[in-house]
Design a protein around this ligand. Structure first.
Ligand code: DHK
Length: 128
């Protein structure tokens, strides 16, 4: 069975490129998707973005059912609030990379405590 990585993006990341460029840079989400596909075999990536919590939970379930080989997830603002997302990720059996474009630990304290990190294999923050 081919290895497939699910790359999931949370709320407001569809505005990348225009959104607070001093924090998130000018790269658009479409360009990020291209970079992911260029880094892997194009059909090895499932790339999604939503502004809805339930949709993100549904996509985690989809990754579980698809027996995905791994997940890269930027939960964005849901990182700090979503127990439903945390509960869904607890059921995902393969490696999970929690990703933040910005260094959340250098920002406003509301961005300091991730509910997701306890179930993440690793966390990347601040590398753009
Ligand atoms: C993106 C967001 O939307 C914020 O809510 C997070 C994260 C940081 C990021 O750096 O990718 O705090």
């Amino acid at each position: 069975m081919p290895h497939v990585i699910h790359v999931l993006n949370g709320p407001n990341l569809n505005r990348l490129g225009k959104r607070e460029p001093e924090i998130y840079g000018r790269t658009t989400l479409a360009e990020v998707e291209e970079m992911c596909r260029a880094a892997a075999d194009p059909d090895m990536i499932v790339f999604r973005q939503t502004n809805w919590e339930g949709q993100l939970v549904d996509w985690v379930h989809e990754a579980i059912d698809a027996e995905a080989s791994g997940m890269v997830i930027n939960p964005a603002g849901l990182t700090f609030r979503s127990i439903p997302l945390l509960d869904s990720l607890k059921m995902f059996p393969a490696p999970i990379i929690e990703l933040h474009i910005s260094n959340i630990h250098r920002r406003d304290p509301i961005y300091h405590h991730s509910l997701i990190s306890p179930v993440a294999t690793a966390v990347i923050a601040g590398l753009g």
